[in-house]
Write a protein of this length. Structure first.
Length: 239
């Protein structure tokens, strides 16, 4: 990935941090987006100490204007955009009578709208990169398998994940002719665990936990496939 530029949204979480480091280790310059970019100092230093290039950018992906500005700044400072990783997710479980409507709106804004905003801002740059020397560009959306079985309390969260999967599948159909690969990377529970309100859900408590580096390794694998192949959907589970 030497000479390429990657953007990781949701870089403050453990999966985002490790994904940014994995892409930098592969040779990419990396833009790290987070709502609190001052908390990225350790990750930025690790990448730079290893000889890589990384910049932190403050961004609330639920705001489409902030998201576009963050993407445009990435291209302005690093010169191009080849890979986008949307590590944007909020996991809140509650049965219908106990659910807060505000929590539903937050999950829709983060889990679904955030990725839509990111794709809308990034796609023109990815198309431009795909028409260049590499011949391909990548948009990878990281989703959760935590409510795949649609157990009690997980319906609203699953709705956001099904929406994300459908959107990425449709986007893949739109962009494949222009050599932009769109993929869903679906993950089981990752250590450290989600917020306390999600930790008692059966899928979380019964599943072997993944390490953040496991997910980051999958991100790197997907972004480094040869030009002639694409991975539309990959699910990573603990063992």
């Amino acid at each position: 990935m030497t000479g390429l530029v990657a953007l990781v949204a949701g870089a403050l979480g453990s999966v985002g941090e490790r994904s940014a480091i994995a892409l930098a280790d592969a040779g990419a310059a990396v833009s790290l987006l987070a709502a609190q970019p001052d908390q990225l100092d350790v990750t930025i230093k690790e990448i730079q100490t290893g000889g890589g290039t990384a910049i932190p950018i403050g961004c609330d992906v639920t705001d489409h204007r902030q998201t576009r500005q963050a993407v445009d700044r990435t291209v302005a400072e690093l010169g191009r955009l080849d890979v986008v990783v949307s590590n944007i997710g909020l996991t809140l479980f509650a049965e219908i009578e106990d659910a807060q409507v505000e929590d539903w709106h937050r999950m829709l804004a983060v889990n679904l709208a955030g990725t839509l905003h990111l794709a809308h801002a990034a796609v023109p740059h990815l198309v431009a990169a795909a028409s260049g020397d590499r011949g391909v560009a990548d948009f990878i959306g990281i989703g959760s398998a935590a409510s795949r079985d649609i157990e009690a309390g997980a319906a609203a969260h699953r709705a956001t994940q099904d929406g994300l999967a459908s959107y990425l599948a449709g986007l893949q159909q739109e962009l494949a002719p222009r050599h932009v690969r769109v993929a869903l990377l679906e993950c089981d529970a990752v250590d450290p665990l989600p917020p306390p309100e999600a930790r008692t859900h059966p899928h979380i408590t019964n599943s072997p936990l993944l390490r953040p580096d496991d997910v980051a390794d999958a991100v790197r694998y997907m972004a480094t496939r040869p030009t002639g192949m694409s991975i539309a959907h990959l699910r990573v589970t603990g063992t």
